[in-house]
Write a protein that binds this ligand. Structure first.
Ligand code: UDX
Length: 443
């Protein structure tokens, strides 16, 4: 077991985590593993009942085991807010902040939690924002609690943004690049430092506004890196250069770094698309027009359409052509379909009348909620079966299950051997040698 996962020896805090989504559930299990006494509350009773029976609401490597290990000991799940809040010393808010149609973050769940805390506050509490929120939300939480509080008690508000990646969430919790805490009082700083004392990582202490902004700036910068390399990939296509080599050489420069320089069909997921939009929105509201980020978003949108256009250039008419889509989740090791690039790509193909064989190791069930099985859409667990009789294979998510596919076997079963490699995952030379036509992204 990793050092950071050992039981805490110092003060064990009574922590209430509000929200059993990706951030809340992972944080709850990890705080419990650190030795704190945790209750995770969510108003979705069905979800809580399922977790109590050992069924996790999403796929995340390691979460089942961690919950199983701590449940009933350091970790409990409940849909009763009043008691859970009253009994806790520290309350982490980890509810969703989904995008509204104008791009701003919907903060109604945050307000709701703040009002619930106000109604149930009975002694000093430290209330910590963990959800990704626009700068100045901490101040609003404070005002809301003051507005609705039943009893006059001292409390502190803090911000502790979460940087975990889906699919690597538990690792990221225990081995973060940094821990950011935005505070207004020494008392809050001391508590948060104690909560995280077992984790060896640089601790950055700031005011609340700065901590909130760090999260938006970090995610937007990463999205910018991806859109930058995707734009370079377009130029590589036009000029006959290889973006993989360009990003390899760029990444060797320590000031640039190799991470997040993989060209592909664009970024997706529940963080980057909504955080970029929310950052544009809040910047505008504060008086700055963040045009750079507008372009980042535009490049990302165009990336998916361009991918489909390139397939069209090869197949000409897409109507009734059968296309295998390998990978549906927004990235590997998750079943999350939220804002997955596959959704736009599939919609483009469906509009053109193509017949689609969809295949993902984890997210077929989630995908079926968006694209029902029917005349144009079929689902496969087995990628070989998915490719049979197809005019084209589109690799959209780079699952390791697809990396080692026997392309020779696949080619034999296809109607027309075309690979559109949306993640530059296959060995291009090998595929061409086997007789495939190959479309990459910028190579
Ligand atoms: C992201 C941040 O990494 C994390 O710190 C934050 O807390 C939440 O948002 P996540 O959404 O889980 O995490 O996914 P991430 O691994 O960052 O990938 C986001 C998207 O970018 C995926 O669609 C991925 O395929 C894409 N991507 C990533 C690229 O297209 N190219 C790259 O080089 C890297």
């Amino acid at each position: 077991m990793a050092k950071s996962e050992k039981k805490a020896t110092g003060k064990r805090y009574k922590i209430c985590v509000v929200g059993a989504g990706h951030v809340g559930l992972v944080a709850s299990a990890c705080f419990a593993e650190l030795g704190h006494k945790v209750v995770c509350v969510d108003n979705n009773k069905q979800k809580i009942n399922r977790i109590n029976k050992g069924r996790m609401p999403f796929y995340e490597p390691g979460i089942d085991e961690l919950v199983k290990k701590n449940i009933g000991k350091n970790l409990n799940f409940s849909s009763s807010f009043a008691g859970s809040i009253a009994r806790s010393e520290v309350i982490f808010i980890a509810v969703g902040t989904p995008p509204k149609s104008d791009g701003s973050a919907d903060l109604s769940s945050i307000e709701n939690v703040a009002a619930t805390i106000a109604r149930n506050i009975n002694s000093y509490k430290l209330i910590v924002g963990k959800s990704t929120v626009p700068v100045q939300t901490g101040q609003k939480i404070k005002e809301t609690i003051k507005r609705y509080e039943k009893k006059k008690v001292t409390f502190d508000v803090a911000s502790n943004p979460e940087f975990l990646r889906e699919g690597k969430a538990i690792y990221d919790f225990f081995y973060p690049d940094r821990i950011v805490i935005g505070i207004e009082s020494k008392r809050a700083e001391k508590i948060l430092k104690e909560i995280y004392r077992k984790i060896k990582a640089p601790l950055i202490v700031t005011d609340i506004n700065t901590a909130e902004l760090i999260k938006h700036a970090s995610n937007s910068f990463l999205a910018t890196k991806i859109s930058f390399i995707n734009a370079v990939a377009r130029i590589c296509d036009l000029a006959g250069a290889d973006v993989k080599k360009v990003s390899l050489a760029m990444g060797k420069d320590k000031r640039i770094g190799k991470e997040f320089l993989d060209a592909g069909v664009g970024y997706g997921g529940f963080c980057f698309p909504k955080d970029v939009e929310a950052f544009i929105y809040i910047s505008q509201k504060l008086g700055y027009s963040f045009d750079l980020l507008r372009q980042v978003k535009k490049i990302n949108d165009i990336q998916k359409a361009t991918f489909v256009e390139r397939v069209k250039e090869y197949l000409w008419i897409l109507k009734r052509k059968r296309i295998a889509i390998l990978g549906l989740s927004f990235k590997p090791d998750t079943d999350d379909m939220r804002f997955a690039p596959s959704i736009d790509i599939i919609n483009f193909f469906l509009k053109e009348g193509a017949m689609l064989n969809l295949c993902d190791p984890q997210s077929n069930l989630e995908a079926k909620k968006i694209f029902k099985t029917g005349r144009q859409v079929k689902y496969f667990r087995n990628p070989y079966r998915a490719c049979e009789g197809c005019d084209c294979i589109c690799l959209v998510t780079e699952w390791k299950e697809f990396k080692d596919l026997d392309l020779k076997k696949i080619k034999r079963s296809m109607k027309y051997p075309l690979i559109a490699d949306g993640r530059n995952m296959f060995d291009k030379d090998k595929a061409i040698k086997l007789g495939f036509e190959y479309i990459g992204v910028g190579r």
